[in-house]
Design a protein around this ligand. Sequence first.
Ligand code: PLP
Length: 393
Amino acid sequence: MNYKEQSHIVQTYKRYDLVLEKGEGVYLYDDKGDKFLDFSSGIGVCALGYKHEEFNTALKAQIDKLLHTSNLYYNENIAEAALNLSKASGLSRVFFTNSGTEAIEGAMKAARKYALNKDIKGGHFIAMKHSFHGRTLGALSLTHTLKYRKPFKPLINGVKFAQFNDIDSVKKLISEKTCAIVLESVQGEGGINPAKAEFYKALRKLCDEKDILLIADEIQSGMGRTGKFFAYQNFGITPDIIACAKALGCGVSVGAFLLSEKVAKLSLEAGDHGTTYGGNPFACAAVNAVFKIFKDQKILENITKLSPYFEKSLDELVNEFKFIKKRSGLGFMQGLSVEKSIKASEIIAKARKNGLLILPCGANDLRFLPPFIIKKEHIDEMKEKLKRALKEF
Ligand SMILES: *Cc1c(COP(=O)(O)O)cnc(C)c1O
């Protein structure tokens, strides 16, 4: 490992012993020239893979025009990016951030401000067990995993955790102070766990009845990952607020939170929220290029078309290897759960030795987040490489 990294980087990550130097298409190359098939996309970010010609051309053109202006000035890119997101989501108002966790913070502030109209001060949140919403203190308050939370307590008060996909457990936690219910449309901690349509619909009904806001964290599951622009669109509901990031900029750091017109009117006003970088011309050029390429190159259609084959290929591994308990997921967000005796990290290390990059999402859970541009043959290659790794257990 690099001496400078060891002595000068805050050691919050145990990095793999692998130095990635360049990428092309769905492959990454290390400093020794070894080639890796990427089914991780930089944790769900690089949806267009690497060295995508149209994407890179659009970024280069914007670099030579203008990178940043601050939010004191209007620019065409932010307006177009907002329109793109609004059309894709069905929510009319967009605030651009720099990351996922910052999008969640904004969503939380909007929900608290909305509740203030009803004289609810410091509104409470209901989040879900096994949730992940980010690492800043607000988002961490909504994140269930104890090891992430514990060293930083006290977090914001009034957060309760319900059982995912169990409407009665949510109902039990509602109080007069509840301002919002927050969930990932597809959970990605402790296995990949999609919401059930009846659960989402029941949440929508509950929120409508009680004038509580429904917040969907679409940071990982959104921007096409499940074959729809946003995963909630698989379940026939529209949330009041959504948080988005990861694939939104395909490698350029940009996130967003979106508000319905009703929430926007009754929540954040001039001076209530801000960001220096958020939504700058460069980040928004990236967002607009992503939307254009998704449309021109029928990216969502590719996901919908290949998902059944992807699922079938993983199911074949479940059948072949007794220690794999199950597959679960939606579209290009898939997981395999293995028995407790086998660590996900060990499988991932063996996969890496066989030229395949995949992710964990729990001690015994593997996560697959391929770039959206994969072809059938890449699924076959993934399966072959993973099979070789699995045979070592
Ligand atoms: C990655 C992720 C976040 C946090 O996003 P950052 O950009 O890392 O701050 C929040 N929620 C979900 C569901 C995520 O996958």
